[in-house]
Design a protein around this ligand. Structure first.
Ligand SMILES: [Zn+2]
Length: 538
C-alpha cells in the first residue's frame, strides 16, 4: 500500500509570492503542478494565525468548535493565567484520527499542535517542539533514535533550539547576518524532507503529511526581499545578497516539492495548502494604549514600578506579565496576547469593577464604533478595518474562551499590547504579516487539469482529504468537498459520501485528555524566542 493522499503544508504561502516565483523561473516544478492541477485561494479562519488555522485545516471545524484560538490559552474565561496551546486543546477529531479509525496509516510531520502526538498507526514528528523534547515528542516511542541514525540528521535544526533561535533574532538586527538565517531555513526544509523520505521508504502511510514552514519565517523577517520585483535596485550589497538567498530558498523548496511528489507517486492525490496568506506590515497599533486613552484600561503604577526594577520573566510569563500590569479595579477592556488581535471585556464581579452583564452589548458596540472611527494620526486613514464579535467569529462550545472582539488592522499586522505613549508606531523596516487568503493546489487522479476553483475555505481541506482517502465526510464538518475540482467521471466512480457526525472528542484513542503537557522553562523559552524572532512578542 502506498500513499493515497499527500498533504504538503506551506506555512504562510501566498500566490502574491508564489506566482511571481513561477513567472521568473524560480519554481519550475510548481509551475508544472499548477498547469496540471487545480488552484484556489484558500480563505483562512479569523484570526489568520498559525495554531488555530492548522487546527481548522486538520479538523474541518472553526475555532469555536475545536477550541484553539491562539498560540496561548487561558484555562477559563475568567482566568488571567496563560499557557501554551497543545494538541490536548483540540476538542474535535482530526484527519489523523479519522484515518486511524478507518484502519489506515498516518505520517504527520512538523504540524503545529501535534504535541503530545496523536496515537496514530504510523509516524508523528510534531512541529513547534524544542529539540530537547523531540525524543519524547516523536511517535511511536523509539522513532527519534531511528531518525538519529539518518545521515545528516540534525535535531537542533529540525526542531527548535534556544541558542539558534536567539542567534537568529539577534543576527537579523545586524544587517549582514540575514544570510546565515536564510540558509538555515533552506537546510531545515531539507531535514524535514529527509525524514519524510526515510519514513515513506520504510513504511508508507495512506495519509502522509508534511509542513515546510520556512516560507512563513522568511516572509515575516524578509518580506521586502522575498516580494521584491525583478530589477529592484538595492542600496546595500547585503540587501542584494539577502534577496538572492531568498530566491535560492524558494528554488530549493521547489526541488524539495518535486522530490516529495515524485516519492508519493502518480497515483497519490497531492494537496498543497497554506494556513494563511501574507502581506507587508509597516506600522504597529498599540491597542492597550488605545484602550487606556479612551478610559477602558488602566495600568497599575505599583506594578509598572516593580517592572522597572527589572523583574525579567521568561517563557509564557513574558506575555502573561502584561495582564498583571493592569489595574483590575479600573480596567474594563484589555488585550492579553500580542498574537490574536483580540480584545477581552472584563465582566463585573460584584465589587464595582468590570462591565455588568446588562451593559455588555452596549459597551462592546461602543468599543467597535470607536475603534472603527479611530484614524491614523499621520495619514488620517482608518486603523481598524473590521471587527468580529465573539458570536460572529467563534460560534460553538468554546466561544466563551475567545476574545470578545477580534480586530483586522488596515495595515494587516498584529497589535502591540505594551504600554505606549503613542497609538501607532512605524516599524523600523517593512516586515511581513499574515493575511486571510492563503493557497490551495491539488493534483492527482480524477482532478481537473489547469483549473481555477476561485476561492475555497480552509474548512474545505479536511473534507477533501477524507474524500481522497475514500472515507465518508462527517456531516458536522463545516466545510465541503469542492466537487467542481473533479472530472465528472471521477465523481461518478467515487461519489462524495456523507458520514455520521464526528462529534467532539471525549476520549478517542488519539487525543488524550488531561492537563497540557508541562514545558519546562527551557522549552517555554525556546517557543518564546521563536515568537520573538517572528515579531509576535516584544
Ligand atoms: Zn502560519
Amino acid at each position: 500500500m502506498g500513499i493515497k493522499v499527500l498533504l504538503i503544508g506551506l506555512d504562510g504561502a501566498t500566490f502574491s509570492v508564489l506566482d511571481p516565483m513561477v513567472a521568473r523561473g524560480v519554481m519550475p516544478f510548481l509551475g508544472r503542478f499548477l498547469a496540471e492541477g487545480v488552484r484556489a485561494n484558500l480563505r483562512t479562519i479569523v484570526p489568520p494565525l498559525t495554531p488555530p488555522a492548522w487546527t481548522s485545516l486538520a479538523t474541518g471545524r472553526s475555532p469555536g468548535h475545536h477550541g484553539v484560538f491562539d498560540f496561548f490559552r487561558m484555562d477559563s474565561p475568567e482566568s488571567r493565567h496563560i499557557r501554551f496551546s497543545s494538541s490536548r486543546d483540540i476538542s474535535v477529531p482530526t484527519i489523523w484520527d479519522a484515518a486511524t479509525a478507518a484502519g489506515m496509516r498516518v505520517t504527520a510531520l512538523n504540524y503545529c499542535l501535534t504535541f503530545p502526538a496523536p496515537k496514530v498507526s504510523g509516524f508523528v514528528v510534531p512541529g513547534w517542539v524544542p529539540w530537547r523534547q523531540l525524543r519524547l515528542a516523536c511517535h511511536p516511542a523509539g522513532l527519534f533514535d531511528r531518525l538519529k541514525a539518518l545521515p545528516g540528521f540534525e535535531p537542533r535544526e529540525l526542531a527548535m533550539d534556544v541558542k539558534l533561535e536567539e542567534r537568529a533574532t539577534e543576527g537579523c538586527a545586524n544587517a549582514e547576518e540575514y544570510a546565515p538565517w536564510i540558509e538555515f531555513h533552506t537546510r531545515r526544509e531539507r531535514h524535514w524532507f529527509d525524514v519524510f523520505r526515510h519514513l515513506t521508504e520504510t513504511a508508507p502511510s495512506e495519509l502522509t503529511a508534511v509542513v515546510f514552514d520556512g516560507v512563513d519565517k522568511l516572509q515575516h523577517l524578509c518580506w521586502r526581499f522575498v516580494a521584491a520585483e525583478p530589477g529592484t535596485e538595492w542600496e546595500h550589497e547585503w540587501e542584494r545578497r539577502a534577496h538572492e538567498l531568498c530566491l535560492e530558498y524558494f528554488r530549493h523548496l521547489d526541488g524539495i516539492l518535486e522530490r516529495t511528489c515524485s516519492i508519493a507517486g502518480s497515483e497519490a492525490a497531492v494537496v498543497i495548502a497554506s494556513d494563511h496568506g501574507f502581506g507587508p506590515t509597516r506600522q504597529v497599533f498599540h491597542v492597550n494604549a488605545w484602550l487606556e486613552k479612551h478610559g477602558y484600561l488602566a495600568w497599575s503604577t505599583e506594578q509598572l514600578a516593580k517592572q522597572d526594577e527589572g523583574s525579567a520573566l521568561l517563557g509564557v510569563g513574558q506575555v502573561a506579565r502584561h495582564t498583571f500590569l493592569m489595574d483590575w479595579d479600573r480596567t474594563r477592556a484589555f488585550a492579553t496576547t500580542p498574537t490574536s488581535n483580540g480584545i477581552f471585556i472584563a465582566r463585573a464581579k460584584g465589587d464595582g469593577s468590570g462591565v455588568p452583564e446588562a451593559e455588555y452589548h452596549a459597551f462592546r458596540q461602543r468599543l467597535v464604533r470607536e475603534l472603527l472611527a479611530e484614524k491614523d494620526p499621520a495619514t488620517g486613514d482608518s486603523l481598524v478595518i473590521r471587527i468580529d464579535t465573539r458570536e460572529e467569529a467563534f460560534p460553538g462550545p468554546f466561544s466563551s474562551l475567545a476574545p470578545d472582539l477580534t480586530l483586522s488592522l488596515a495595515d494587516g499586522g498584529l497589535v502591540s499590547i505594551l504600554p505606549s505613549d503613542r497609538l501607532v508606531s512605524p516599524r523600523p523596516a517593512v516586515a511581513g504579516s499574515h493575511r486571510p487568503l492563503g493557497v490551495f493546489l491539488a493534483k492527482g487522479p480524477g482532478l481537473r487539469r489547469g483549473a481555477d476553483a476561485g476561492e475555497l475555505s480552509i474548512l474545505d481541506v479536511a473534507p477533501t482529504i477524507l474524500h481522497g482517502l475514500g472515507l465518508p465526510v462527517p456531516e458536522d464538518l463545516e466545510g465541503r468537498v469542492p466537487v467542481e475540482m473533479f472530472e465528472a467521471e471521477a465523481l461518478k466512480r467515487k461519489p462524495v459520501r456523507a458520514g455520521a457526525p464526528s462529534g467532539s472528542v471525549e476520549a478517542p484513542a488519539s487525543s488524550p485528555a488531561g492537563p497540557a503537557p508541562g514545558f519546562g522553562a527551557d522549552e517555554e523559552e525556546a517557543v518564546m524566542k521563536r515568537l520573538q524572532e517572528l515579531g509576535y512578542v516584544e
